[in-house]
Design a binder for this molecule. Structure first.
Ligand SMILES: Cc1ncc(COP(=O)(O)O)c(C=O)c1O
Length: 410
């Protein structure tokens, strides 16, 4: 199919649930994507946090190749060795507990919502989440998502959710009552603008949850699997959640989600209470095992700890140069650049120059390169971003000037 035929087919036969950027990718290796015309892009937002190891990582591809000819899927009323191995590995790197496998981030949150309801035994059923959080698109996760813009048009939502401002412990305390079953939290709000939870806030939440027997559910769908420089972001905070939700990077590009609950809580779920036809298949689990192997054997977290601060420093140099950059923030290789202007034009200009980044909340550029990104690639990306910002500012100045001239002529 030619490019124009592909665009036409999307327009004719694919529901318009996304605002799509006109680029058609056909190949990926590491941090480089190639489009249908052969143009190469430096990908600083690989798969929205899915391809943390870069595109087509050899250890993931090797695992998939090895498994695909043997057995792809086994339903969950039977056993398969790779699900067992993956569960063992996840518990080893996270905390002692038991896992429910699913296929996506939103499903891991749905599982946590159901788990909280069962844990509450009908007496405790309320769940508190934070404003600007993003937890997914299915009805439960959408109801947990503290952003009206995503919920608009889909009411009535699932009842029992309360939203409080992020990093505000007093607001959270005020929202808790005898019916509170769980608090769902992103330690770094990704879609919400790369907002980092403070240590005091998270520690205080952990203490309240312990005192009041409320489940602390951490949504590490985006921050998990070494993105922040630790295997899970909660390791930065010196706390352990009761429930951990994972997805995105866990499968190295293949769809997987997981909910891990502490061992002492595990019996809340009984056979028949929850399930998923596709989840935990040998193929997907094998890919996830390849991801974990690569993270540890390639010392990925060491690279994140070195390159994250370097990228931040380079971006702060841009901040000194441009007034439109208000703040550079984040943890590890999850970095937000807050602007005083809308970021869409900069995103587009970067793309035209062969750099893929993201823009969230209208004015926050989000950079989440592959965790094995090199210093050279960072230098290149920052150089492209620098040029893109200069061009966008110059363009906007020119537009302002021509507008004032037009007004003068009237
Ligand atoms: C923190 C967080 N939770 C949940 C989700 C939903 O994940 P999925 O799109 O896999 O359903 C996302 C997706 O961006 C996310 O960033």
């Amino acid at each position: 199919m030619k490019a124009n035929e592909i665009y036409q087919e999307y327009s004719d036969h694919i529901l318009l649930t996304y605002t799509r950027t006109p680029a058609i990718f056909v190949k990926g290796k590491g941090s480089v994507l190639t489009d249908i015309q052969g143009k190469k892009y430096l990908d600083f937002f690989p798969g929205w946090g899915v391809s943390n190891l870069g595109h087509c990582h050899p250890k993931v591809m090797g695992a998939v190749r090895e498994q695909i000819g043997k057995l792809i899927h086994v339903p969950n009323n039977f056993y398969n060795p790779h699900q067992a191995k993956l569960a063992k590995e996840l518990v080893r790197i996270a905390f002692e507990g038991k896992i429910f496998f699913c296929n996506s981030g939103t499903e891991s949150i749905e599982a946590a919502i159901k788990f909280a309801r069962i844990y509450g035994e009908g007496k405790k059923f309320e769940i508190i989440t934070t404003l600007n959080a993003f937890h997914g698109r299915t009805m439960g996760a959408l109801s947990a998502t503290g952003q009206v813009k995503h919920q608009k048009g889909f009411t009535p939502l699932v009842p029992g959710f309360k939203y409080v401002p992020f990093n505000d412990i007093e607001a959270l305390k005020a929202a808790i009552n005898d019916q509170t079953a769980a608090i769902i939290l992103e330690l770094l709000q990704g879609e919400g603008g790369v907002n980092v939870a403070t240590k005091e806030y998270v520690k205080a939440i952990r203490q309240i949850c312990d005192e009041k027997k409320i489940l602390l559910v951490l949504d590490e769908v985006q921050t998990g699997m070494a993105r922040t420089g630790e295997i899970f972001a909660f390791k930065h905070y010196g706390i352990t959640p009761d429930v951990l939700c994972l997805a995105k990077a866990l499968g190295g590009g293949l769809p997987i989600g997981a909910m891990l609950v502490k061992k002492e809580l595990a019996d809340c779920f009984k056979p028949g209470m929850h399930g998923s036809t596709f989840a935990g298949s040998p193929l997907i689990c094998k890919a996830a095992l390849g991801v974990i192997k690569a993270i540890y054997s390639e010392k990925i977290m060491r690279n994140v700890k070195a390159q994250g601060p370097y990228l931040k420093t380079k971006l702060n140099e841009l901040k000194s140069k441009y007034d439109i950059i208000k703040e550079v923030r984040g943890l590890g290789l999850m970095i937000g650049v807050e602007l005083t202007i809308e970021g869409a034009a900069i995103f587009k200009e970067c793309l035209a120059r062969g750099l893929i980044i993201n823009c969230t909340q209208g004015n926050v550029l989000r950079l989440m390169p592959a965790l094995n990104v090199t210093r050279r690639q960072i230098n290149k990306a920052v150089h492209v971003l620098d040029g893109a910002i200069t061009t966008v500012i110059a363009r906007s100045e020119a537009t302002k000037q021509s507008l004032s001239m037009t007004k003068g002529n009237i």
